[in-house]
Design a protein around this ligand. Structure first.
Ligand SMILES: *Cc1c(COP(=O)(O)O)cnc(C)c1O
Length: 497
């Protein structure tokens, strides 16, 4: 197996090269040349294994140029109880009959990004050795809040790497900001920009694809890579928890072999739900992939009409990690469903860059509505659902997960579909204590740590140790820059003249 670029099907690189490079030189994203298959029998066998073993099995199908020993080293380093507060790594909670919450936030930063970012440094440094890279890898990250911290935590003090994170100054929660600005490690840098997440992401993409900057870095013995979900090394680990969930439900007798399930995903950059798409096309029996958005509902409209239009108001919501109008990973999906037509992708994404809008063909629209259901909800609806589920099921959802729950409720009302369903839960409610408490009618209007204590009292859930420890940490990073100054910041941080 090899990897192609969505903007040039003739590109042919190994998985190690794709992971090390992050993004193709033509600006396209790397995708596998074919989607490897998994049989129901293989999935059943995975049910008897640990999460790390399940991960090993699935990775072996995608990272075909890594040796068994290399993959083992990666999965064992990442998926253990030193990094995650549960042996299952991805916990599957029963909400009510046939509805399960896949808790992806038991890692060190309490968001689902840890599922991939705990292993990415292993995948990346292993890849660098495999391809004899003699350069220092500089990870550039644009974050809407959770990726930044998860990447910093994954890469801190990893030899041969340096990491720089940009976040929107007014676009992250108080807890997220505290997590990033107090980050420890000798190879880390954090900077706020005046702008939103899309500005940060565009800035990072522009730096990545700037030949002059790349040459300058190269002269200084460095190269860029990405820890955003444009990197295949972020996507592949996310496929695993969908395969793993199915194996788990089967093992626990919750579903019959071959029975289809729905997967609901609170969506921003389309990485998490795309991993569900890959799992489905590997052979995991999936009925609908349900794409849930907040008021930034560009994906809802796209899936329902085939028109992608980012020319709309941007909302700062209580689910900030989904406040995105340009969903990068859609490019991978469209590449697959339009028959790997790279010219078509160049046309659509050229239009997106120039006009902020494109419309897909009728054939693609038909595939979209067959595979996906899309819906959105407002902050008020999100809060109402948090309260409803707390009262009814004693389950405390974070704001992002609540968006998924609400859209799933709407889906069931609209379709009457009784298929068993896994809802991806992407953050611990403690990361968004203020909004969650306000939804529960308990907002004390106090600082983020008092809020955490208050939420602990209300919900009875244990406070994650990593969040509790933040209180006494020193703030290390305070810089705020214009979005036009990102390049200068990078040069300064890396000591490149
Ligand atoms: C990143 C994030 C999302 C969105 O995931 P995508 O893969 O970008 O679609 C949703 N919820 C939380 C809490 C996140 O951190």
């Amino acid at each position: 197996m090899f990897y192609k670029s969505t903007r040039n099907s003739d590109v042919k690189v190994t998985s190690a090269q794709a992971v090390a490079q992050g993004i193709s030189e033509d600006g396209g994203l790397f995708v596998p040349s074919e989607i490897p298959q998994i049989t129901l029998e293989e999935i059943r066998e995975l049910g008897g294994k640990s999460y790390a073993e399940r991960a090993f099995y699935v990775f072996s199908k995608y990272l075909t140029d890594y040796t068994e020993a290399e993959i083992r080293y990666c999965v064992e380093g990442a998926y253990n109880t030193k990094n995650f507060d549960t042996e299952n790594i991805a916990e599957l909670a029963h909400l009510f009959d046939g509805t399960y919450i896949l808790e992806l936030w038991h890692g060190p930063t309490c968001a689902f990004k840890d599922m991939a970012l705990q292993i990415l440094p292993y995948l990346l440094t292993t890849a660098a050795k495999k391809i004899d890279l003699d350069k220092k890898i500089v990870i550039l990250v644009a974050t809407s809040g959770d990726t930044g911290k998860a990447a910093l935590e994954g890469f801190k003090d990893v030899p041969g790497t340096e990491i720089l994170v940009f976040y929107p100054d007014n676009g992250v929660s108080a807890m997220q900001k505290k997590q990033m600005t107090t980050q420890e490690g000798a190879n880390v840098g954090v900077c706020a920009i005046k702008g939103n997440f899309d500005d940060a992401q565009n800035g990072v993409k522009a730096i990545f694809t700037d030949k002059e900057i790349a040459e300058k870095l190269s002269e200084n013995g460095m190269m860029f890579s990405s820890a955003n979900s444009i990197n295949w090394g972020r996507l592949a680990p996310q496929i695993i928890y969908y395969v793993s969930s199915y194996a788990q439900l089967l093992r626990d007798g919750e579903i019959q072999e071959g029975e289809k399930i729905n997967i609901v995903v609170p969506t921003g950059n389309f990485g998490n739900i795309l991993a569900g798409y890959y799992a489905k096309h590997m052979g995991v029996p999936v009925n609908k992939l349900i794409c849930a958005s907040n008021s930034n509902n560009v994906l809802t409209d796209f899936i329902n009409t085939g028109v992608y239009d980012r020319n709309r108001r941007f909302y700062a919501t209580i689910s900030p990690s989904m406040d995105i109008l340009i969903s990068s990973n859609l490019e991978r999906l469209l590449y697959h469903i339009c028959g790997e037509n790279d010219a078509q992708i160049r046309e659509w994404f050229g239009k997106l860059a120039a006009e902020g809008r494109y419309e897909v063909s009728d054939e693609v629209k038909a595939v979209l509505s067959d595979e996906f259901y899309a819906g959105c909800c407002t902050d008020e609806e999100t809060k109402a659902v948090i309260k409803e589920y707390f009262d009814k099921y004693s389950y405390t959802c974070d704001t992002h997960t609540a968006v998924a729950v609400k859209v799933y409720e709407d889906y069931v009302k609209a379709t009457g579909d009784k298929t068993k369903t896994v809802i991806a839960s992407t953050a611990s409610p403690y990361k968004f204590s203020g909004s969650v408490l306000s939804a529960l009618g308990e907002d004390c209007g106090c600082d983020e740590f008092a809020l955490v204590d208050e939420l602990a009292k209300t919900s009875g859930m244990t406070v994650p140790a990593s969040l509790a420890a933040l209180k006494d940490k020193e703030i290390r990073f305070t810089e705020v820059i214009e979005k036009s100054e990102m390049k200068d910041f990078v040069f300064r941080a890396l000591n490149v003249k």
